[in-house]
Design a protein around this ligand. Sequence first.
Ligand SMILES: Cc1cc2nc3c(=O)[nH]c(=O)nc-3n(C[C@H](O)[C@H](O)[C@H](O)COP(=O)(O)OP(=O)(O)OC[C@H]3O[C@@H](n4cnc5c(N)ncnc54)[C@H](O)[C@@H]3O)c2cc1C
Length: 436
Amino acid sequence: MHIVILGGGLSAISASLFLQDKPNIEKIVILEKEEVPGGLCRTFSTNGIEWDIGPHIIFSKDKEVLSFMNQSLEENNEQHRRSNRIIHDKRFIQYPFENDLSKLSEHDKFVCLNGFLHNPYENYPVANMLQFFLRTFGEGITNMYLRPYNEKIWKFDPAFMDTQMVERIPRPPKEDIIKSAAGETVDGYTHQLYFNYPKTGGTESLIKALVKKLSDKVEIVTSAEVKAVEKRSGKFVITAKETTYEADKVISTIPMDQLVPMYATETPVPEEVKDCAHALHHNSIAICIVNVKKDFAGDNYAFMIADRNVIFHRISKLDFMGKCYHLPDTVTYMAEITYRTDDIYDKMSEEEMEKQVANGLERIGFIESPEDINFIKIKRFDYAYVIYDLMHKQNTSKIIEYLAREGIYVNGRFGSFAYLNMDAIIRQSINLAANF
Ligand SMILES: Cc1cc2nc3c(=O)[nH]c(=O)nc-3n(C[C@H](O)[C@H](O)[C@H](O)COP(=O)(O)OP(=O)(O)OC[C@H]3O[C@@H](n4cnc5c(N)ncnc54)[C@H](O)[C@@H]3O)c2cc1C
């Protein structure tokens, strides 16, 4: 059996790894449009500082996958204790917000505690993300942090997003919130308390380690943007780089909304399926690397910022990841700005965005003036986050059902159009391989 995999990120590489030893598989060709494989797990370098597309950390509840990732990195791996903070009113609040209310001003603490204890929404059924926040946390925590932060990261109103992302978040017990307001900080999300990260080379080191494990059966063709996928008499013909590739089976890890319009078969793709693909939403990300003179972040890694007057929703101190991510006598941050196609941030010049990042750094107290910045650089990436809008489930289900009937397997974050981290991608690849 000949398999062609569309796209060459973690989902394609991990799927190849789990498929390559199957005796019925003769050849796997991965077609990747960029010059190097890795997709969202690529690592870039600016003035000697290596950085990922958003800080990628290795953590998981899935013990088997976690040890697979850690073992793949061999010696190039280090464990860190997570230290994430929310910056509210220039104060550092431990993440998650509701576990550290005593750090708020007296007024804000009262608003959050009171909204939680006397919550008029607590018995309503919920139909969207905003309603979920109000019912679970009350008005204070929702309006002070959850609502503005989620609006910032998703660039989509939480009232138009479904509850897939949040429905597993339990309602905190009243005693915990009272304790948190009284000064007893509770550690939340304990499976994320420790994480791993490559000592050097950023997250792309994981990709490189996995590529090394691929056998001769697997060929990775780079700079090969897939333009068309056709099915003729039961066989697939894929066009990329002005070359055609034949396959018995296709695994698609490229964005689902891009695959559908490029697919052709003897029976035209139903209009309904095309409409579903057209209706899918994603957002993009601008990564801004800023090197500054002084350290105001302390021994912390990532900071979430809900303040609408700060352009970035998260900022991470790259030095936290070890000596290979540190330039002497300076501190390097990564600020993340999400945007939707054609919104104001998409249209914003790099110069203006850099200015706004500098303003944001000043506002949160990470620089005293723009003169504290040694260098600043922005790079943009189109597909970053899947938006779970109210129609997401219905639209993706219809497309996946159709593609499955056509014999096309989908895998990966945008291949299956789901919010999947690296661990979930690897699990998906293991499950996919079990079907062959
Ligand atoms: C900001 C951010 C932070 C994250 N942080 C973490 C984290 O801390 N921990 C964690 O576990 N995960 C994290 N993730 C998730 C992680 O990046 C993804 O789970 C993983 O990289 C997805 O791999 P993939 O192969 O499914 O998708 P991708 O990496 O998107 O791969 C798809 C590939 O297809 C290629 N492609 C697209 N169109 C075509 C075409 N027409 N022809 C050929 N090739 C094409 C793309 O170039 C890309 O290489 C983060 C993601 C983001 C965006």
